[in-house]
Design a protein around this ligand. Structure first.
Ligand code: NAG
Ligand code: NAG
Ligand code: NAG
Ligand code: NAG
Ligand code: NAG
Ligand code: NAG
Ligand code: ZN
Length: 780
């Protein structure tokens, strides 16, 4: 988010809570689980799913250890200062962006969310004790802040304009973003803003999660007062300012949200829509909608006009820059989904769906991240790259981790409304790569040991730390909620959705089922489910889009009907279950090479859901490793046979591979240490070869007009004349059932290349002739 580095580098009225919150609406489940929600499927509560041993458990336990050891009193120091309450001696503020500067307070929220999630899983009291203490102290601060009427009291000199405010900074730091001052991003604590509504969102989110996950009802009381304050702040506004001109207008709000960083409000619209659900108070939905980004983005998203990056002459609105800041905008669409759920207004859902489509696949790296920078753009990698740009957006600083956290939320929430398996494929990509890759494999608790950017450029090293930053905050959350998307159920509870392969146990009391999932996934590719419970249930197993080597299911050793399952769908087992039933799923991983959309020779190595990174620093500054691999393929097209080969391993080890060309080590992205790694390499395949047979005919490219960018990259023609090579297109058709099938494919493709004037008939004849003679070379 807002890295400063990127720019330079209550008077709670006497309404009782019981009156404010109709009890019929109070339930300890997340807003995306509400029965009233328009969605046909729903997640389980965190406490209904337990992780078994494995990769996620290891990462989670490190963060839980950090949460256990951290002195939560540090979070209250700044709040107490605002409230005029004393602080214990010898305790320091957390530091980072949580040191009293203009973003302070946000980490308190993340920490509360993480504590609530850590508690939800196993009910370990230490997390609840810390959380309850923080909530009670924050409640006391809120009362004290609202009671401040006299200028000059407390550490800072200010009076509450509206009651209910809670923050680590004066209320004025939020109000000044709006009229009449329209304060801008900067570091002057008296005049600038950073991202005041982002900070409010994090605090409210943390309190709401304390309520949802641990039934802390005091947290809900605090939140409702904060929401009442927010309503006044965004309608009446800065009423005590000498130049006050009246209530905020739609125009004022649009202007505020288009401000770089200052206008970053996180998912503020999300929490106010949730509070509307909880209270039934129409004002809170008005507040949620106040955040609509109407001037430069909302309408375009509804109309599916991708304007994340524009040419200067096409800049919409009064204030926005040519490139939008990624993590500012992703969570806005989460909020739109929450508004849709409350109001039923289709535009909000359409906007979110279309926006997701602008990023996946057009701006997404193999790791599941987005962002980056490119020649001719400014050098801020927190911003969106132009559409279609992957290869030319591989910046050193790469993808910002918190943006992936938010993209996963968006994919997940869209899936809840529209069960398109592609959303879950995308969720899996981020969840098994960037998220576990964001936590260092160390027991060091001196800081959270989380990433900010995850670099993509060749031979770069991931850095860990991030006390007080956006990514250091969302990271605390990500690693304590790994179980949240593993299983969903239909609203009528007739169907269980198995979205992810993760060792875990689902306890579904209402339905009378317990499902145990045993697997080393993603370190192994088979999964065993054991059912306890009796009765009819449809179990939908996700067939990942990458599962092209088969997806074999048996129930009690027998094959069900309906196989083979199609990759990129769900496979349904509909039956009467009884205790002891066993479902076995085998989905052999394969090595796949993913080509960048804009430059097909820029490739990433995938193993099942996992991105494999090449170890070491390629020679030459900024240059990529260069690999030639087609000579190692057999008829099945399986790279793992000879081109990129796994060393022997046991089920619980990370698979480690060696490339035939260059003998490089390739290893899973989630391994998080201080080694230099490359997510992408350059494929060099100059000649058409079939095994060891060299046709000596150049492996030419088809002109697909690549790259095709919506906004140009300096020094690169767009549309260009790049495209996949003859061998790329040939091996895309693998596996080949027989040598005859292979020759048929070669012949047909060579004819196509002749038709396009890429090969002469003579070259075609050589290629086909050599293919015919390659039977022994290509035999599996
Ligand atoms: C506090 O604010 C009031 C009103 O703006 C001002 O009159 C007073 O001088 C301030 N006091 C201090 C100590 O800054
Ligand atoms: C939540 O807490 C409230 C207030 O203490 C209590 O009445 C209610 O039963 C609790 N709900 C659950 C599900 O434990
Ligand atoms: C200003 O907004 C408040 C809602 O917070 C509303 O009650 C009041 O009527 C509005 N005033 C005007 C002049 O529109
Ligand atoms: C599926 O699994 C069963 C049981 O392990 C096995 O007998 C069968 O050969 C497998 N089928 C395929 C197509 O792999
Ligand atoms: C490597 O290249 C980058 C970007 O072009 C440049 O900033 C850096 O100074 C170079 N480093 C060396 C050692 O040449
Ligand atoms: C294939 O033949 C070409 C042209 O004769 C030659 O330049 C190239 O090195 C050969 N490739 C291999 C892998 O032997
Ligand atoms: Zn971040």
């Amino acid at each position: 988010m807002p890295s400063l580095r990127a720019a330079i580098a209550c008077l709670w009225t006497a309404v009782s809570i019981a009156g404010a919150i109709p009890t019929a609406h109070v339930h300890n489940i997340r807003a995306d689980m509400l029965a009233e929600s328009t969605a046909s499927i729903q997640p389980f509560r965190l406490d209904q799913v337990r992780l078994g041993d494995g990769l996620f458990q290891e990462k989670r336990d490190r963060i839980k250890s950090f949460l256990r050891g951290y002195d939560e009193r540090r979070f209250l120091i700044l709040f107490n200062q605002q409230a005029g309450r004393p602080n214990p001696a010898g305790i320091e503020v957390p530091g980072g962006w949580e040191e009293g500067g203009l973003l302070s307070g946000h980490w308190t929220g993340h920490f509360m969310t993480a504590l609530s999630q850590a508690y939800a899983e196993l009910g370990e009291n230490i997390f609840k004790a810390k959380l309850d203490w923080m909530v009670a102290e924050l409640a006391a601060c809120q009362d004290a802040i609202s009671a401040r009427k006299e200028p000059g009291s407390g550490a800072d000199n200010w009076t509450a304009t509206h009651s209910g405010y809670l923050g680590a900074l004066p209320e004025d730091t939020v109000l000044r973003l709006g009229p009449p001052r329209f304060a801008v991003y900067g570091s002057d604590p008296k005049a600038n803003t950073w991202a005041p509504w982002y900070t409010q969102h994090k605090i409210i989110r943390g309190l709401l999660d304390a309520y949802y996950n641990t039934n802390n009802t005091q947290a809900l009381e605090v939140v409702v007062k904060m929401a009442d304050w927010a309503h006044l702040a965004l309608t009446v506004g800065d009423k005590n300012h000498p130049n006050y001109k009246g209530n905020l207008t739609r125009d004022d709000l649009n202007y505020m949200w288009d401000l770089y960083i200052g206008g970053e409000f996180g998912g503020a619209n999300e929490v106010f829509a949730e509070i509307h659900e909880l209270t039934g108070d129409a004002r809170h939905l008005v507040t949620a909608k106040a955040f609509d980004n109407r001037e430069s983005l909302f309408g375009a998203a509804v109309a599916d006009e991708d304007i994340l990056v524009v040419k200067p002459e096409n800049k919409p609105g009064r204030r926005r820059a040519v490139r939008l800041h990624a993590n500012t905008h992703v969570p806005q669409f989460l909020g739109y989904m929450r508004i849709y759920e409350q109001s039923g207004e289709q535009d909000y859902l359409d906007a979110a769906k279309n926006f997701h489509g602008w990023i996946v696949p057009h701006r997404e790296f193999a790791s599941g991240g987005t962002g980056g920078t490119f020649p001719g753009a400014d050098s801020n990698p927190e911003l969106f790259q132009n559409r279609g740009n992957i290869a030319n957006a591989i910046a050193h600083e790469g993808a910002e981790t918190c943006t992936t956290y938010n993209m996963l939320k968006l994919s997940r929430n869209l899936f809840i409304h529209n069960q398109d398996a592609a959303y879950m494929d995308n969720y899996e990509r981020g969840l098994f790569n960037m998220i576990p890759g964001s936590r260092a494999d160390t027991s060091d608790n001196s800081d959270p040991q989380l990433t900010y950017f995850q670099p993509l450029s060749p031979g770069s090293v991931r850095e860990f730390g991030n006390t007080g930053t956006c990514c250091g905050g969302t990271g605390l959350e990500s690693h304590t909620k790994y179980q949240e998307t593993v299983y969903f159920h239909s609203a009528d509870s007739s169907t269980l959705w198995v979205n992810l392969y993760v060792p875990s146990t689902l306890t579904w009391k209402d339905k009378g089922f317990t499902i145990k999932q045993e697997t080393g996934f993603p370190r192994e590719d088979s999964v065993k489910f054991t059912v306890a419970g009796e009765g009819h249930l449809d179990i939908k197993l996700r067939v990942p889009a990458w599962a092209r080597n088969g997806f074999n299911v048996t129930v009690n050793g027998e094959s069900p009907s309906g196989l083979p399952a199609k990759p990129g769908t769900y496979f349904t087992l509909s039956r009467e279950w009884k205790t002891g039933d066993v479902i076995q799923v085998d989905m052999p991983f394969s090595v796949r090479l993913e080509r960048a959309l804009d430059r097909p020779d820029t490739q990433a190595i995938m193993w099942g859901p996992i991105l494999l990174q090449l170890l070491g620093k390629p020679e030459g500054n900024g240059s990529f490793w260069k690999l030639s691999l087609y000579q190692y393929l057999k008829l099945d097209g399986d790279y793992s046979r000879a081109a990129i080969v796994s060393e022997s391993k046991t089920a619980n080890d990370d698979p480690i591979f060696t490339t035939a060309s260059r003998k490089l080590t390739a290893r899973p992205y989630h391994i998080s240490d201080d080694q230099a790694v490359s997510s992408y390499f350059h494929r060099v395949e100059p000649d058409v070869v079939f095994g060891s047979i060299n046709t000596s005919v150049p492996n030419r490219k088809r002109n697909d007009g690549l790259p095709k960018y919506d906004v140009p990259v300096e020094g690169v023609s767009s549309p260009g004349s790049d495209g996949p090579t003859f061998l790329d297109l040939l091996w895309d058709q693998a596996p080949f059932a027989s040598h005859a099938e292979f020759v048929k494919a070669v012949t047909s493709l060579a004819d196509e290349f002749v038709g396009k004037g890429i090969y002469t008939t003579k070259e075609r004849d050589v290629i086909v002739g050599k293919a015919e003679g390659a039977e022994a070379d290509l035999a599996v």
